[in-house]
Design a binder for this molecule. Sequence first.
Ligand code: AMP
Length: 113
Amino acid sequence: MPTLFSRIAAGEIPATIVARTSDCFAIEDINPQAPVHVLIVPLKEIPSVNSLTAEDESLVGKMVLLAREIAAQRGLQEGGYRLVFNCGPDAGQTVDHLHLHLLGGRSFGWPPG
Ligand code: AMP
């Protein structure tokens, strides 16, 4: 079964796609937790950070660089932003397809809840 995010990438489930590259795409989060909340998702179905292998090294780098590019487009460079990989139940991961959260446009607390 394709994952939710693969179905979005295939156009089977509607979403606001804000970027596409040969390896990744980015969508607006359906339940935003900040004025900017974008998910950067690899086309490859990797369940979580736990499943990454050395083969995925450059893919993860590309995800971070795409997040940085979108952050710059949204004017977040100076004020800052947060990048988050939730991994597993204790971190609140709900979609088992690797994704990087880009959050910005407000200040965040630390430690996170
Ligand atoms: P996580 O909890 O780290 O697995 O993050 C999953 C994220 O996917 C959550 O922030 C959800 O709001 C978001 N999400 C779930 N379904 C959709 C959807 N159909 N379109 C966009 N974002 C979604």
